[in-house]
Design a protein around this ligand. Structure first.
Ligand code: ADP
Ligand code: 5GP
Length: 210
């Protein structure tokens, strides 16, 4: 029996740190069947409550650079002084299994993927204001003061990249932002090009011939 869909779709989500992309992506992956999250590798230290291989695979800098040298990342970048990368093997396995996949990656990584691959959907998440972004980072209580300042400085330059994305979501009221992200994913899923022609052949056109 042929699959209805010819392949999974790739959703690349970027945002300045603290805008809420982890919250949005996690909520959506848990509520949408067939949507998976690609777990990245990073050299940064785990935050309190983060689970190995669920939030990130935490590795040393040397191991990370060896993996990068072997071409195991489809993109990687240095963000806030740590290295982050998307494993080609992990992404491939998720897509092979028929999933749509969300990558939560920074703007440098997103643009590397955009240059190399066709067909991805690019979503940028904005906080409602700079003040709210600052407050969210402070209230998350996962980063030291200097770390928060570093993230806020970087936020401004990251936001300048918004025009290179297909969609922009302002994460003010969480439920509204979730609905918007869900709408983007659903509309991509029902595009005509997502239907597997062999499935139509087997299920409809052959019946007509009989
Ligand atoms: P990011 O992954 O973009 O760094 P997080 O998902 O960790 O951001 O969110 C940063 C903080 O803001 C978290 O404490 C989260 O619970 C909170 N948060 C996320 N979205 C909203 C929202 N719409 N309203 C209020 N707080 C939010
Ligand atoms: P955090 O340390 O707050 O979880 O993430 C910091 C930044 O790294 C965020 O912008 C996040 O999207 C980005 N990031 C997470 N994983 C990857 C990845 O695999 N590749 C790239 N390029 N960025 C990533």
């Amino acid at each position: 029996m042929q699959q209805k869909k010819s392949r999974g779709s790739l959703f690349v989500v970027s945002a300045p740190s603290g805008a809420g992309k982890t919250t949005l992506c996690r909520r959506l992956v848990s509520s949408q069947p067939g949507l998976a999250f690609s777990v990245s590798y990073t050299t940064r230290q785990p935050r309190q409550g983060e689970v190995r291989d669920v939030d990130y695979t935490f590795v040393g800098r040397e191991d990370f650079l060896s993996m990068a040298g072997r071409g195991e990342f489809i993109e990687w970048a240095e963000v806030h002084g740590a290295l982050y990368g998307t494993s080609g093997k992990r992404l491939e396995a998720l897509m092979e299994a028929g999933n749509d996949v969300i990558l939560d990656i920074d703007t440098q990584g997103a643009m590397q993927i955009k240059e190399r691959y066709e067909g991805g959907t690019y979503v940028f998440i904005l906080p409602p204001s700079f003040e709210v972004l600052k407050k969210r980072l402070e209230e998350r209580m996962t980063d030291a003061k200097e770390e928060i300042e570093k993230r806020l400085r970087r936020a401004v330059s990251e936001i300048r990249s918004y025009q290179r994305y297909d969609y922009v979501i302002i994460n003010d009221v969480l439920e509204n932002a979730l609905r918007e992200l869900e709408a983007i994913i659903l509309s991509r899923r029902v595009r005509a090009q997502m239907i597997n022609p062999l499935w139509l052949e087997e299920g409809f056109f052959k019946q007509e011939e009989q």
